[in-house]
Design a protein around this ligand. Structure first.
Ligand code: GLN
Length: 491
């Protein structure tokens, strides 16, 4: 049996039947990473010894009758989550040698569920980017075609799962960083409602937008992992108690009568026709399954990009001020004085994109410009949120493309922010409004996956996972695997 192409739900069953042990499963994935990741560059750190220890513990828990559904299942974590004793770099030179003394809530919850941490995945530096090309450790590549980007910023997590180097992974999404790479690699990824998943121990980019979530090969697997990720945490001041604690219960109900809103403005000239056609086919399929399609308007979405690229850099400029070479991060050699220490440490430690964002953010927040930029962006943010609230009076879920096109070639948009930032035109508004949204595969064009986005009202994760799962019961886009995922590795 090919272990690495099984879903998490299937692996969970194999473990509970005793067909495979967690130690065997972990060894299997570690061997795949060690033999195949040189082409994909999806891991920054492989946690071989730690993973095997966790796997042994999981096997013992199972033998003692204490196993839960995820006990012994391997996972990969984006290198933005602090993991105690394991290097956590955020793909930056600034944190090249940072070994956290504590564990993030997300990774702690997942470890408490018995999952095995295979290692830390590549990403855009400090999660700023849409292609993984801003990583200090080199770009990760798309397993469907290694000349193409896997998307970003959770590109390493996406590539690792799409190449079957891990059965599932964590990601974070500030403006699209779970959904866009999921779309580009044929995965199912969900960004939960703001406040559902604790940000404690997750290195901050833009604190009012950042949210962690699962990246999986199906909606069912995403729901399984989300069950362990959602938790109320006093150490995150914006954490909330989620009204729903089990995202699996609703999955198998039919979707007849479900009202799906389709915003016309998301199908404009920016959208590639092959992506648009795939989304239209998915819409017809859902209609056949009994969903009711309702045209809606989300006109404020056109302002999401401008608002986001003021708010996110502003928050980043504040969050990243802690990396000064004194309290945290890289310190330059032989500083002449304090000013030289700060400026050289930060210039050497941060890459170009991060420095750009810090400059933009500092400018937008500075006296005299605050009203013109930051305050205005916050007003737009409110209008965007109101727009969604109006729409959710008429519909249960909103359906849209995740990205305007399939994954571009490496280097194609890198260095041209005007082009790169457009990757996220369909995902940013959701973060500004704090809503849950997922991307799932709905087609292919020239050998590369196409993603569709399902957006829910606040705390409506169960609705979108339900719709996603029902779509996947009637389609097999999510079952298509990149060639490298089918490649066997000799023992
Ligand atoms: N691509 C967007 C940016 O660079 C979103 C990143 C993210 O969601 N972390 O800001």
């Amino acid at each position: 049996m090919t272990l690495h192409t099984q879903s998490v739900a299937q692996l969970s069953q194999l473990l509970s039947q005793g067909t495979v042990s967690s130690t065997e499963l972990t060894e299997h994935f570690l061997k795949r990473i060690e033999s195949l990741d040189s082409d994909i560059n999806s891991f920054i750190t492989v946690n071989r010894d730690g993973a095997l220890k966790q796997a042994q513990m999981a096997d013992k828990q199972r033998a003692d009758g204490l196993a839960g559904p995820l006990t012994g299942v391997p996972i990969a974590h984006k290198d933005i989550f602090c993991t105690q004793g394991i290097k956590t770099t955020c793909a930056s030179r600034m944190l090249e040698n940072f070994i956290p003394p504590y564990e993030s809530t997300v990774t702690a919850n997942i470890a408490a569920a018995g999952m095995v941490n295979l290692g830390k995945t590549n990403m855009d530096e400090f999660a700023m980017g849409s292609s993984n090309e801003t990583s200090f450790f080199g770009a990760s590549r798309n397993p469907w075609n290694t000349n193409h980007i896997p998307g970003g910023s959770s590109g390493g997590s996406a590539a690792a799962v799409a190449a079957a180097l891990a059965p599932i992974a964590t990601g974070t999404d500030t403006g699209g960083s779970i959904r866009q790479p999921a779309a580009h690699t044929g995965l199912t990824g969900i960004k939960p409602t703001y406040g559902s998943v604790s940000r404690w121990g997750m290195i901050a980019f833009a604190s009012s937008l950042d949210q962690a979530g699962p990246m999986a090969t199906s909606a069912e697997d995403a729901a399984l992992l989300l069950n362990t990720m959602v938790s109320h945490d006093n150490r995150d001041s914006t954490s909330v108690a989620h009204p729903n604690s089990d995202f699996l219960t609703k999955l198998n109900t039919p979707i007849s009568g479900l009202r799906i809103g389709v915003p016309a403005s998301f199908f404009s000239a920016d959208l590639d026709s092959e992506v648009g056609d795939a989304i239209q086919l998915a819409i017809s399929q859902l209609q056949q399954q009994g969903a009711v399609i309702v045209p809606i308007s989300l006109e404020m979405n056109q302002h999401a990009l401008s608002a986001y690229y003021v708010i996110a850099p502003s928050e980043a400029s504040a969050n990243l001020s802690r990396f000064d070479g004194v309290r945290f991060g890289h310190r330059c050699e032989d500083p002449k004085d304090l000013k030289d220490l700060y400026s050289r440490s930060r210039s050497e430690g941060f890459g170009a994109e991060v420095q750009t964002r810090i400059l933009v953010g500092t400018y937008a927040l500075s006296a005299g410009y605050y009203d013109a930029y930051y305050r205005k962006a916050q007003k737009l943010r409110r209008l965007i949120k109101d727009d969604f609230e109006q729409a959710f009076k008429q519909v249960d879920v909103i359906l849209a493309p995740t990205t305007p096109s399939t994954a571009c070639k490496l280097g194609e948009k890198f260095g041209d922010p005007a082009k790169m930032y457009l990757e996220d035109i369909y995902t940013l508004a959701v973060n500004l409004a704090g809503l849950p949204a997922m991307s799932l595969p709905c087609g292919m064009a020239k050998g590369l996956p196409i993603g569709m986005q399902l957006i829910g009202p606040a705390f409506g994760e169960a609705n979108i996972l339900h719709l996603g799962h029902q779509f996947q019961q009637h389609s097999d886009w999510h079952k298509q695997r990149a060639p490298i995922a089918l490649q066997e590795v000799s023992a």
